[in-house]
Design a protein around this ligand. Sequence first.
Ligand code: NAP
Length: 240
Amino acid sequence: MDISNKVILITGGNGGIGWALAKSLCTKGAKKIYVTYLNDGDINIDSIIGATVIEPLKLDVTKKEQVKNIALKCADADIVINNAGVEYATSFTDANTLEAAELEMKVNYHGTHYVSYYFLPYLRQKPKALLINILSIGGFVLVNKLGTYCASKAATHFLTKGLRQDCKNSNVTVMGVYPGYVDTDMTTNLNVEKVTPDSIAESIILGIENDSEIVFPDIMSNNLKDTVFWDNAIFETLTS
Ligand SMILES: NC(=O)c1ccc[n+]([C@@H]2O[C@H](COP(=O)([O-])OP(=O)(O)OC[C@H]3O[C@@H](n4cnc5c(N)ncnc54)[C@H](OP(=O)(O)O)[C@@H]3O)[C@@H](O)[C@H]2O)c1
């Protein structure tokens, strides 16, 4: 898809990957970007970059009514990016595991489902539209000490596959993006090698321009991609 003149919505757009994406989309000539944020305190968004208008909007993706209203307000969006996410670094038996797992599932899975559900009727009215879900390698491999997060991303991986099936042969492409470790607030406490949010944004832009349904945006995810293709091949066989 050609990004120039498109209207785009990014949830959690003031975070590391979200804001890197917004900046990259501006350089490609996007007409308008709705950047949603959760906390008033850390909103720091320029109102215009180049020729692109940036409109910040407050949105908690776990609140169905808010999502429904935002979808109505932003019905002109051609591309919707489900990027909002949380990760609490918990395994399944840690003291705070039950609360962490619930919150991760609420934001990462249910939030993505709500946004997809309420925006799809509008996306279906466009000549060509794109729904992008920012997933994780944790959606298809279990990462040590991030168990509850991985479970929420695995649920969202299945959601993405199901949405793709529901949109098959339509004007809407459903893209899943599977990053490895990225250097953002989410990974501050993880002492591992990380890539920059800007490099992830560049890979996603390339995916948009090439109409890709699946994007492995870094070396770590690329090394694991056969797992996803194998899983997809079985899914195709079972559903054909
Ligand atoms: N960093 C990594 O290594 C990595 C790897 C794979 C996948 N990912 C995924 O990439 C996406 C972006 O993460 P990031 O690394 O850029 O982290 P980040 O900088 O912490 O950004 C996360 C964003 O999500 C927003 N958010 C959290 N809860 C929300 C809610 N209930 N409603 C709406 N927005 C909410 C945050 O808003 P506030 O700032 O206003 O709280 C923030 O803007 C996430 O889906 C994450 O799971 C990240």
